[in-house]
Design a protein around this ligand. Sequence first.
Ligand code: NAP
Length: 255
Amino acid sequence: MTAALEQSVVKVAVFGAAGRMGQAVCRAVQDASGLELVAQIDVDDDPQRAVEAGAQVAVDFTQPGATMQNIAFCARNGIDVVVGTSGFDDARQAEVRGLLHGGAARVLVAPNFSIGGVLMMRFAALAAPYFESVEIVELHHPDKVDAPSGTATRTAELIAEARAKAGSAPMPDSTKTGLDGARGATVEDVPIHSVRLRGLIAHQEVLLGSVGETLTVRHDSLDRASFMPGVVLACKKIGSLPAGLTVGLDTLLDL
Ligand code: NAP
């Protein structure tokens, strides 16, 4: 291999390597041209191994509680981070921005790495100003530890942003009494309903309605393989992003 070709290979460490997503990411990185898997780190492993292995990019699919520490560690050690772990609401994003402020490290947080998932969010935001009501139903396997999903939260944010820009009126809802949770959780006034069901992987419906018509935008990840092209793309392209925090895989796609 020539020196030029050797230089173009991105060295990748995977945090959460023993997890469901982490295992799939390790396989995808190993199979991808232009990427080299140099460290597999799970909960009992010393993250210093990523530094010793010369990692340039770390992929984090761990747990919301662990990711901030991993980001801080990587930023200190000059490693860019691709984050798939859920839970990056506005407060956490602000925390990451504060952590990275003035430094050279890049962090890309993508609530959904599947191309279909990214398009589903885009289509939902595009349609949202044209309908009176919008609600989100996200459906996942019952081993998922957080609710609502990061994808649902991000979708709600994008919908709210699009409706605010269009000057949409508040959504109609005459509910006066009800059991706690019956109307779901709200993110930026968009209701999100979380289903946890054995047999599912990751699915989401955005229901839009106006008088006399409804539109449903639905995406199904039927296999964790659906997230891998996005993760591989992020590992290859994160070096082209500006320093600091970037949110969403769409920033790397020509949408
Ligand atoms: P999982 O199977 O529980 O895997 C997480 C792994 O991370 C576990 O092996 C866990 O070990 C390990 N871990 C915990 N703390 C760690 C630390 N400090 N350093 C290194 N490893 C650590 O979960 P999953 O299903 O793979 O999902 C992981 C995350 O990805 C979740 O937040 C999920 O919502 C998200 N996700 C995102 C996307 C996307 O497209 N963005 C797609 C699917 C899933 P222990 O089990 O021993 O704690």
